[in-house]
Design a protein around this ligand. Structure first.
Ligand code: SF4
Length: 164
């Protein structure tokens, strides 16, 4: 898992389900539980995009929700970073050939980190969010890098989930 550098502010994360089967959403919720404990990295889950620095998105984007996704993205103050959680958010995944599907969320908003997997594992999600927090810090210190630079693609960990 990524070792996070010193950052100037706790990254606040808002989650948006774009068009997912809920599989990745369940795994993201697992990140917030005491087992995976995203908060141990100082990362806070918030419900309002106006309070957030990091947008995590699950599911593919389609003609119907593209405008909503863009609206959520636009409400997040700069600097901000975007994490695509799961293969659907990254490429459209199993929904890519749908008649109304545009593909991955990068068709509508800039993406900083792609986390592959179906569903993406909580360890991979946390790794991706920590990478995003580092990119966010770089954007804070070097605002000329806005908007998103080259996206990062994380590796899916193969380790078994911790015993409950
Ligand atoms: S990547 Fe898999 S688990 Fe995640 S939303 Fe798509 S189909 Fe569901």
């Amino acid at each position: 898992m990524t070792a996070i550098r010193k950052v100037s502010k706790s990254p606040w994360v808002v989650h948006f389900n774009c068009n997912s089967c809920n599989g990745c959403d369940i795994e993201f919720l697992a990140c917030l539980t005491p087992i995976y404990d995203l908060e141990r990295f100082g990362i806070l889950h918030v419900g309002n995009p106006k309070h957030a620095d990091v947008l995590v998105v699950t599911g593919s984007v389609n003609h119907r929700n593209a405008r909503v996704l863009k609206n959520v993205y636009d409400q997040i103050p700069d600097p901000k970073v975007v994490v695509a959680l799961g293969v659907c958010a990254s490429t459209g995944g199993v929904f890519a050939d749908g008649y109304n599907v545009l593909g991955g969320i990068d068709k509508v908003i800039p993406v900083d980190v792609f986390v592959p997997g179906c569903a993406a594992r909580p360890e991979a999600m946390i790794d991706g969010i920590l990478k995003a927090a580092e990119i966010l810090e770089t954007k804070r210190r070097h605002p000329e890098t806005l908007p998103a630079g080259q996206p990062v693609i994380t590796r899916t960990p193969t380790a078994a989930a911790p015993a409950v």
